[in-house]
Design a protein around this ligand. Structure first.
Ligand code: HEC
Length: 385
């Protein structure tokens, strides 16, 4: 009797066990199938596809957990996350790290996730930065040659300009560094070379003089920014010091105070616009005139090799300046130009253009202009090619 009951129990137990195992096995095969990302929110996609490495909190899993020593970004750090445009993050997640010169360890999800799904996950990633003081990187529009941007930058720019005869070459080194969420300091070091002219007006073939111009330091602060509106607006003030050689035409010989306003706007169809309005007030009125200037740049960005490929941004600038005195002349110029990203990371850029005088052209030269820009926060000059 005892054994009989025991036997029934064993049969029931083993039946339950078999059922249990088969349920577990079928659940197991389900787990091996691709998750259905289609209807998932960005958060769920992130937790399933990204959090293994990036951590559910976006700070990056420890090295002991991921098993590699490439540092993972901390997405909660606004100084990192806010300044990267969402389309760049989407490119990296779709194509893998190497598309922007990063490690292969950042996998490509293009075969598993659609652009829309990645975009939702990236929106969740961007929201790890919860401080809305930081202007979004999408407002960091391509830099024109003359019109100063409203976006606070970490960059170094070397600009050259030469007249038609190439007997007068001027240059400028600009260093910009952000501090805090909305501020930036700027140092400008102008320099130049010109072919010497002896008093009788004859140019000796080989004599060139090189000179330092008037050094400038400035601060800029973003007063308003909104990614929804696509707008950014900043105010800045610069002090220009009389370090240049006035006699050689490389300086004004007086301190000059230059306040200005800058505005950037994203327009439909990948168009964008910058404008800048400012004035120059010399400390000694007999050395230089009080002048006002207005600059406008309109451009559009195109990409080659897929939308994550090289970015080309043709622009046209309009420059106007004149003395702040009624009846004085207004000088204006147009500057067609094209900016191109040189490397895969897209943080080294080149721009070439021509400054064409719109009026008084007999006394003003056409100039060929070019700059090399290095967005140094994104990596060393030789990184990400
Ligand atoms: C196997 C681990 C792993 C997974 C899974 C992973 N990542 Fe990454 N990710 C990395 C590594 C490693 C880096 C850093 C690469 C570097 O700095 O070279 C990185 C960097 C990034 C960056 C920063 C790029 C930049 O501009 O610096 C973004 C954005 C990113 N990942 C998004 C995602 C998203 C979105 C997902 C999920 C769809 C994801 N990652 C899944 C490993 C991973």
């Amino acid at each position: 009797m005892k054994t009989k009951v025991g036997f029934t129990r064993i049969i029931i137990l083993s039946a339950l066990l078999t059922a249990g195992i088969s349920i577990m096995l079928s659940a197991g095969t389900n787990a091996l199938e691709e998750p259905q990302y289609e209807n998932m929110a960005g958060k769920e996609i992130f937790l399933l596809a990204c959090a293994n490495c990036h951590g559910p909190d976006g700070k990056g899993q420890p090295q002991s957990r991921v098993g590699f020593d490439v540092p993972l970004p901390d997405f909660t750090d606004c100084d990192f996350t806010s300044r990267e445009p969402a389309p760049d993050f989407v490119s990296v997640a779709h194509q893998g790290g190497p598309v922007r010169g990063f490690e292969q360890l950042m996998p490509a999800f293009g075969n598993v996730l659609s652009i829309e799904e990645i975009t939702r996950a990236v929106k969740y990633v961007k929201a790890f930065c919860t401080d809305s003081n930081w202007p979004d990187g999408e407002l960091n529009l391509p830099r024109a040659i003359f019109t100063e941007k409203a976006y606070p930058e970490d960059e170094a720019v070397l600009t050259f300009g030469a007249n038609e005869d190439f007997d007068n070459i001027s240059g400028e080194f600009v260093y910009e560094q952000r501090f805090g969420s909305r501020n930036q300091i700027e140092i400008v070091i102008p320099f130049g070379w010109s072919e010497m002219t002896v008093p009788n007006g004859v140019k000796p073939a080989t004599d060139w003089t090189s000179n330092l111009g008037d050094l400038a330091v400035g601060v800029k602060r973003t007063l308003f920014h909104s990614l929804d509106k696509g707008s950014i607006f900043s105010a800045a003030a610069e002090v220009i010091m009389p370090t240049g050689d006035e006699a050689q035409g490389f300086g004004k010989g007086t301190f000059v105070f230059e306040p200005f306003l800058s505005y950037g706007q994203i327009l439909p169809a990948d168009f964008f616009l910058h404008s800048q309005l400012g004035a120059e007030f010399p400390a000694q009125g007999d050395k230089a005139e009080t002048e006002a200037f207005f600059r406008l740049a309109l451009g559009r960005t195109f990409t080659t090799g897929g939308w994550w490929g090289r970015a080309w941004s043709p622009m046209i600038e309009l420059l106007a300046s004149g003395e702040l005195e009624s009846g004085s002349n207004i000088f204006w110029d147009i500057v067609p130009q094209i900016q191109v990203t040189l490397n895969t990371r897209q943080h080294i850029m080149f721009n070439i253009g021509v400054r064409i005088p719109g009026n008084f052209s007999s006394s003003r030269d056409i100039q060929v202009m070019a700059y090399l820009l290095w967005d140094w926060f994104d990596g060393g000059f030789l990184e990400g090619w």
